[in-house]
Design a protein. Structure first.
Length: 500
């Protein structure tokens, strides 16, 4: 029997009423296992209305009350992490260890939210003029929304809602329709932790639901993670409707390998960063830039390691890489490999014909490695979002830096070297929001913010960390003057306070 994943509105399950549904498949088998309702405008409005009603009390609640709920949620999330990972594997396809890692990274932001009192401390300047004090405080926005991608169905929502609700906002989440179950399970755990009804809501859907959230007058801010074209659309549309927006887009992350690097460590890093989670992550390394004469040796070391990766169902403990999310996405990824030679690249490994015995209808693709890829090739120009690694060659550091900085994306990058001076120069000169030094995937810990530059981020705020707290609050400055009780009233002074 096909499972149905319903909306979560006002603290309870709400069946879809629009009549429109989408299929959710098990990527390892190709079987449709679940139906997800697509919300109508009216259903989105109901979720926003529930959030608006809940904000009347939640926005005025104490920090102690909010963090008490979050501490309970953290404990429940920790206790149910295997269950959530299983939901992710069943609908996304990633191997169980990757899914557990996703939950763990989401927990980091929950940890930050549990300590939100420190982030929300204001500032006070006393005696700026005679008996005049000035304080700065931060207050919640109201109803905020999150629109999240398929590749991290638990982690990316947890990059958003823990901080948003800790700051006193209420939240409407529109998760990916490709793997929606994890989002609903998080909502259930929040309710079990004591979160008041309506503070956190989940509506499933497609462009109809997204566009309504972008236009709804009661939604004050929108957080988004996804592809660059959609991020640009989200930012433009929501901004035009007067909303605060953080829209994180796509990436083409480069890993620069200098001649002095430990090539074994660099090859290990390239393989894990390019092929982990089947390459379906915005922080994947998709382009290695080899400087000088090391290119041939590095490519061979990468090939040796890549060929040993075991591909299989995510619920098989021996699998190291699972399938792609859909058959259509698998075919699109494969097209970059089959067309690479015609564009001047050398195909070292071609994974397009890969199948898994007993799971022939799964969305399988193997490991692909392309060498000497010209910058004009589609495999280099586009964000592939699959297990395809491009290797480019340059003669000098300067040439490599220019190549990386010419990319329209600026999400993450890495350098592998033993030279501290070269590493320092790179981290200062490269045009990217996150830099790794001998670290291939420099995703910041929860108390630092995540976000790129250029076409990888639209909006002024990165996500989580200090930027997250600032995004979900707005500042207010209060200037006060109290008369000294010893002074008798001498009349009203309508002038500006004198600064002496």
């Amino acid at each position: 029997m096909t499972k149905i994943v319903n909306h979560w509105i006002g603290g309870k399950t709400v069946e879809g009423a629009s009549g429109n549904h989408g299929p959710v498949t098990n990527p390892a088998t190709g079987e449709v296992t679940t139906k997800v309702p697509f919300a109508s405008v009216e259903e989105v409005d109901a979720a926003v209305a529930a959030a608006k009603e809940a904000y009347l009390s939640w926005g005025q609640s104490s920090l102690a009350a909010r963090t008490a709920v979050l501490f309970k949620f953290r404990a429940l999330l920790d206790a149910h992490r295997d269950e959530i990972a299983e939901l992710i594997t069943a609908e996304h396809g990633k191997v169980h260890s990757d899914a557990l890692g996703e939950v763990a990274r989401g927990l980091e932001v929950v940890d930050l939210a549990c300590g939100i009192a420190v982030q929300l401390k204001g500032e006070l300047s006393t005696q700026v003029a005679t008996r005049v004090d000035v304080s700065s405080i931060r207050q919640p926005l109201g109803v905020v929304a999150g629109i999240t991608p398929f590749n991290f169905p638990a982690m990316v929502p947890m990059w958003m809602f823990p901080l948003a609700i800790a700051c006193g906002n209420t939240f409407v989440l529109k998760p990916s329709e490709k793997d929606p179950s994890a989002a609903v399970r998080l909502a259930e755990l929040l309710s079990e932790a004591g979160l008041p009804d309506g503070v956190f809501n989940v509506v499933h859907g497609d462009k109809v639901a997204v566009d309504r959230l972008l236009a709804h007058p009661d939604v004050k801010a929108v957080s988004f993670v996804g592809s660059t074209p959609i991020a640009r659309y989200i930012h433009t549309t929501a901004s035009a409707n007067g909303k605060r927006v953080q829209a994180l887009g796509g990436a083409k992350n480069h890993m620069l390998v200098l001649p002095d690097a430990d090539l074994d460590a660099a090859a290990d890093a390239a393989v894990s960063a390019a092929y982990g989670s089947a390459g379906e992550r915005c922080m994947a390394i998709s382009a290695v830039v080899a400087v000088g004469a090391i290119g041939d040796t590095l490519v061979e070391k990468i090939r040796e390691r890549a060929e040993k990766i075991k591909i299989g169902p995510g619920n098989d403990p021996t699998s190291e890489m699972g399938p792609l999310i859909t058959a259509a996405h698998r075919d699109k990824v494969a097209s970059y490999v089959t067309g690479a030679a015609a564009e001047g690249a050398e195909v070292v490994l071609d994974g397009t014909g890969h199948t898994v015995d007993g799971h022939e209808n799964g969305h399988w693709i193997g490991i692909s490695l392309l060498d000497r890829v010209p910058t004009s090739a589609a495999a280099y120009q586009d964000e592939i979002f699959g297990p395809v690694l491009c290797v480019l060659r340059t003669e000098t550091y300067e040439e490599a830096l220019d190549l990386i900085n010419a990319s329209p994306y600026g999400n993450g990058t890495a350098i592998f070297t033993r030279d501290g001076g070269a590493a320092r120069r790179f981290q200062m000169e490269v045009e990217a929001g996150m830099v790794g030094v001998n670290v291939p995937i420099p995703v910041p810990v929860g108390y630092h913010s995540f976000g790129g530059w250029k076409d990888s981020l639209f909006g002024d705020h990165h996500i989580y960390g200090n930027d997250g707290t600032h995004f979900y609050t707005r500042g207010k400055v209060v200037t006060t003057r109290w008369p000294d009780p010893a002074d008798a009233p001498t009349g009203v002074d309508l002038g500006f306070p004198r600064n002496h």
